[in-house]
Ligand binder design. Sequence first.
Ligand code: ADP
Ligand code: MG
Length: 184
Amino acid sequence: MTTGPVQARSSSPDQTRDLAAAIAELARPCDLVLLVGDLGAGKTAFTQGFGRGLGVDDQITSPTFALVQSYTGRLDLYHLDVYRLEQVNEALDLGLSEILDDEAVTVIEWGDKITQALPRDYLEVTISFGPAEDDRLFELRPVGSSWQARMRALTVALTDWPATPPESTPPEPTQQPVPGEPQC
Ligand code: ADP
Ligand code: MG
């Protein structure tokens, strides 16, 4: 069975961290997650929550300069940011093959830049800006069978962060006092 992408929505950095932590509950050793989205979309915020869901206690910071950072958790985490890489070859110089061969879970910010160097088995998380300043929209697309098999569980895990906010029910019409009638 193939399932389409799953969508979710957050309206604060904390909600982004919480929904990412919920996704991490479904993570397994050797998983790969690609984060796609412009600067400021919330890729690092997502990774902070995702790490928390993996049981990482250390503070996760942007690896923009280090390019790769590793953390110990219930499942270990590699966090890469390949924004500054000019070429896929540079990713390989980072030791990408060793990282991907490891049991740890790997999260790559701007991972879409280096898909040629990656196995065709990952979860792609695209983050875009929503209508309000702190709104972020998430689209989770499985590539390959391992995340495909988890899409139903992912849909359930993300029920608290629906892509479309529930219809707001119009307020009850307020009873206007009839002029001349007592007010109580
Ligand atoms: P990126 O890694 O994609 O460049 P960061 O996670 O470093 O983005 O930064 C996201 C910025 O957007 C932070 O300043 C954060 O406070 C802000 N922000 C506002 N709303 C959200 C949200 N819903 N989710 C994530 N970040 C948000
Ligand atoms: Mg970042």
